[in-house]
Each structure stands twice: as structure tokens, then as C-alpha cells.
Design a protein around this ligand. Structure first.
Ligand code: ADP
Ligand code: MG
Length: 499
């Protein structure tokens, strides 16, 4: 690929070395496992967590004479992902053999796409932030290509004292390799990019994005240079499997390279590994070149061809993607960019929110989901899939506030009860006597009592009207928080004769 510099150096992304500022350049190759029932070229299952070698067909085990047959579902998933990345879809692509030896690669080569991938150039808008001021900054990361390839199996070295075992369950599972342009300039940008990519494939349903199960992992290419200078030599850190580790690997690697360069040394292009325990990268091998792999078109497979109508049919059924959803939440529900960004950032959160907001006040729903629900989940260390309060339950709490049955303050207590004990919010309000008192007679009585018990405060309030708040607080306390705050406020002011 020809490297084009798309960005001007930005002071806040630079890091300072002993001899001046440096700019980090990052390009990522993300491997995303295709969501499909069967493997790329065989009918074996892709289910995660099966006993070793339970999902291996003769093709996956590379028995002599076995022929690969393309799984159309995987092709569709790659095209859908390409569309989600606003990328060019190539109507003709070619499968090549990439030759290398690995104990867990029984074919002796990986079927991949080299010169003619199924998806060409695209782009992803990435929100980086929030920074200390709570601001997000949008950057654009170019996509170089997306190609389909087979995954390898897994060698296990810790099962036996003197032998290694091989599990071929993953062998032949379809991967999409998504190659970015070298458009990222900091660990935060790279982390935000992978997060966004994961969100997009999850919205599309083309990859489950579970990094801890190896469904999504990244090769991280890092180089450094003086701001605005030519691109420097890169190192590639293989197979990093968490977003946090991607950030750590980049920061470590950039520092390592800067130290070498400032010392008058030069960077060797090499493949490195990230050690999460030490937080370091270490050399694995010197970088191989494409010609080392002796790529050639796989004679067992015809070129993959389809027409524009095929692509259009897939495009028509694409779900709403995060950027579009965010724009819609801002324009039609009047949410702030900040709130909309948080709500769309995870598909499960967006789905939850949309259920709560359906037919209700969008801003109120957004506040409850972001502050109360996400806040509580965060404190409890739970994911939204395991939220103890369902969208229907939260919706009911919001309805009760809206119709004036409970005050916002009581609603917080109600939310906590539903969170801890479950139940129908409406029934809980009845059975626990949480209804807001809107009966002015009862409120008036409480106001009168507070006023007659505090003649000195009445004097003060007449001189200083902001003191009215103290009376409101006392009445709320006396009514167990159940009085309608607006009614209390109005009555207090009327009785004290202040505006
Ligand atoms: P290879 O398979 O040899 O690693 P690819 O073209 O598949 O080559 O991927 C190269 C990756 O490295 C791309 O993501 C690209 O953006 C990135 N890259 C290329 N040059 C640099 C550089 N100087 N610094 C950082 N990243 C780079
Ligand atoms: Mg690479």
C-alpha cells in the first residue's frame, strides 16, 4: 500500500522525548471472526467452547483430496461489514494460498485474499474522548481493505509435561481482516477506533466482538517520527486481545522506539508480542515480507463473483448503524451530543434505551438510562445484559413520574427497590404507600404546621425570600418526601406572602 499522510501534527497528541517532540503513527489489522453457523469452507460448526476437536470436518483437518466449498453466509457477512464501513465492494475477488508452516495449520497454507480482496477502501468516523472538559473529538480513520480468510487452530502447551496438543475447532472458521490506514496518532485514538469497529460489527451482527473469546483481536503497527516528518519504520505487535492492552502496547512500544532513536539507533522492522503481565512488548521474529509466503491463487476455488443487485439486496436490509442512530437521537429526541454518544456506543445500551424511550419523553428516558441505570450497573460491576431492572420496569417508573403519581425523588427510591427486589413499579407504589400527595388540603396542613412552629424563620424569610426553600424542605420531610414539590413551593410562598 502507498502510505498517504492524512493528518497534520496535533500538539495535544505529541509526546515529548529527551530531545524534543515525537508523533506516534498507528495502523491496525483487526481480525474479526465472522458470525456464521458453519466455517468458511466446510460445514463444521463454529460454536465457541466445544470440547477440543469436536468441530472438525475432513476439510478442516486437511485430509488429502478434500475440497473447500465457499460458505455464502460468510460472503454476505463480509459484504455487509464492508457496507457498514462505507467501503467499496469488489464484485470480483480471489482466494489465495498463503504458505507457512504451523502445527495448528494442517493444510500447510492459509486460504486468504491477497491482491484482490472482497472489500476495498472505506472509512470510519471515530469519536475520541471525552477529554477533561467532557468533549469528544471526531477523527476519520481510513480503511485500506477487508478480506476473508481462514482462522488457524490452537496449540496447547500446558496440558502435558512433554507434549503439545492441538485443537482444530477454530481451524477454518471465517475471519474478516480489516486493515486500517496509518491514520491514528495516539493510544486513545487506536482504542476508540477498535471500540467503534466493534460497535459497528455488533450492530451489523457480523461478528460478536467478544475479545475475551478471541472473536476480535488486533495486530498493532506502531512507528514514531518527528512531527510532520516522513513515516518511520514500524513494528507490528501481534494478536492483542483487549482494548486496554492495545493502549498499553502502543504506549510501551512508542517509548521503546523513541529511546532507541534518541540514542542514535535505528528501528528494525519486526514482529513483536505484548506481554500483559509485564506491560512490555518483546521481539518475536524479524518481519516477513509478502513474497516469503509464496502467495498464489488457490486452484481449488474459483474467483468469487457477484453483481451489484446482490450487494443492493444486502444494503437494503442493513440495520441502522451507530452514526445514523446518534444523529437521529439528537435531531428527533433533542438529546445532547454527549448523551447520544453514550447511548449508541454499545448496541445493547442503545436497544435498552430505545425500548424505554418508545412513546415517552426522550430526554427523561436518556437521563434515567445514563445516570441511574448505567451508574448503578457500573457500581455493581454488571453489564446491561444482566440489568436487574428491565426496560419495561424503568419505563413504568418514568410514567409514574410523568403522570405525577410519584415525585422524582421518590422515583429514585422506587428504582432502588425494583433493582433489589424486582416487581411491578406501579403495584409497588400502591403497596408501599409511595404515592405523591397532591391533595392540597393535606399539604396545606403540613405547611401551616411548619410555619407556626418556626416564627423566627418566618421573619427571616420575609426579609430574604430565598429562605422559602428551607420551609419547602421541612414540609417535604414531614410528608416523607411524598408531597408534590411544586404544590408545596406554591403554598409556602403564598402563606409567607413572598414572590
Ligand atoms: P502486513 O501484512 O505486511 O503487516 P498490511 O498492509 O496488511 O501489511 O498492513 C500494514 C498495516 O500497517 C496497516 O494497518 C498500515 O496502516 C500499517 N502501517 C503501515 N506503515 C506504517 C507505519 N510506518 N507506521 C505505523 N503503521 C503503519
Ligand atoms: Mg500485518
Amino acid at each position: 500500500m502507498t502510505l498517504i499522510d492524512t493528518r497534520t501534527p496535533d500538539a495535544k497528541r505529541l509526546i515529548s522525548g529527551a530531545t524534543g517532540d515525537w508523533e506516534i503513527i498507528i495502523g491496525l489489522e483487526v481480525h474479526a471472526q465472522v458470525t456464521s453457523q458453519a466455517k468458511l469452507f466446510s460445514g463444521a460448526s463454529t460454536a465457541f467452547g466445544a470440547p477440543p476437536n469436536a468441530n472438525v470436518s475432513l476439510v478442516d483437518a486437511a485430509m488429502p483430496g478434500m475440497l473447500p466449498v465457499i460458505n455464502e453466509e460468510c460472503v454476505k457477512q463480509a459484504i455487509r461489514t464492508g457496507l457498514g464501513l462505507k467501503a467499496e465492494i469488489n464484485h470480483k475477488s480471489v482466494f489465495d494460498r498463503k504458505n507457512y508452516f504451523y502445527p495448528d495449520l494442517p493444510q500447510g497454507y492459509q486460504i486468504s485474499q491477497f491482491k484482490q480482496p472482497i472489500v476495498g477502501e472505506g472509512k470510519v468516523i471515530v469519536s475520541v474522548g471525552p477529554d477533561r472538559q467532557g468533549e469528544f473529538e471526531d477523527i476519520e480513520v481510513g480503511i485500506e481493505r477487508l478480506h476473508l480468510e481462514q482462522d488457524a487452530g490452537k496449540s496447547m502447551h500446558d496440558q502435558h509435561a512433554t507434549m503439545s496438543y492441538v485443537d482444530l475447532n477454530r481451524s477454518g472458521v471465517a475471519l474478516m481482516e480489516i486493515v486500517s490506514k496509518p491514520d491514528m496518532r495516539s493510544a486513545d485514538e487506536a482504542k476508540a477506533y477498535v471500540t467503534k469497529l466493534r460497535t459497528i460489527v455488533r450492530y451489523l451482527g457480523t461478528c460478536d466482538g467478544n475479545m475475551d473469546e478471541g472473536s476480535l483481536r488486533a495486530d498493532v503497527n506502531v512507528s514514531v517520527r518527528r512531527p510532520g516528518a516522513e513515516f518511520g519504520t514500524r513494528c507490528e505487535i501481534k494478536n492483542v486481545n483487549s482494548i486496554r492492552f492495545i493502549g498499553q502496547a502502543i504506549d510501551y512500544e512508542a517509548r521503546r522506539q523513541i529511546a532507541i532513536l534518541e540514542d542514535g539507533g535505528k528501528i528494525d522492522q519486526e514482529t513483536r508480542l505484548f506481554d500483559p503481565n509485564k506491560g512490555e512488548t518483546r521481539s518475536m521474529r524479524s518481519k516477513e515480507e509478502a513474497h516469503d509466503y509464496r502467495y498464489f491463487p488457490d486452484p481449488d476455488l474459483l474467483p468469487l463473483e457477484f453483481d451489484q443487485a446482490y450487494v443492493d439486496a444486502l444494503a437494503k436490509d442493513l440495520p441502522e448503524l451507530p452514526d445514523a442512530k446518534k444523529a437521529r437521537l439528537i435531531s428527533s429526541l433533542g438529546l445532547s451530543t454527549y448523551d447520544a454518544s453514550i447511548l449508541v456506543s454499545e448496541k445493547a445500551v442503545a436497544d435498552y434505551f430505545e425500548k424505554v424511550a418508545a412513546g415517552r419523553d426522550g430526554k427523561l428516558a436518556a437521563n434515567w438510562v445514563i445516570n441511574d441505570l448505567l451508574g448503578a450497573l457500573n457500581r455493581a460491576g454488571k453489564g446491561i445484559e444482566n440489568a436487574p431492572v428491565s426496560p419495561d420496569q424503568l419505563g413504568a417508573v418514568i410514567d409514574l413520574i410523568k403522570e405525577g403519581t410519584i415525585s422524582g425523588k421518590i422515583a429514585k427510591d422506587l428504582f432502588e427497590i425494583v433493582w433489589n427486589e424486582g416487581g411491578d413499579p406501579r403495584q409497588l407504589v400502591e403497596s408501599r404507600g409511595m404515592k405523591q400527595v397532591t391533595d392540597t388540603g393535606a399539604i396545606e396542613k403540613a405547611v401551616d404546621e411548619v410555619i407556626s412552629a418556626n416564627p423566627d424563620k418566618v421573619e427571616q424569610a420575609r426579609a430574604k425570600p430565598s429562605m422559602a426553600g428551607w420551609f419547602v424542605g421541612q414540609v417535604m420531610k414531614a410528608t416523607g418526601g411524598k408531597a408534590n414539590p411544586q404544590a408545596v413551593n406554591d403554598l409556602v410562598k403564598a402563606k409567607l406572602g413572598i414572590e
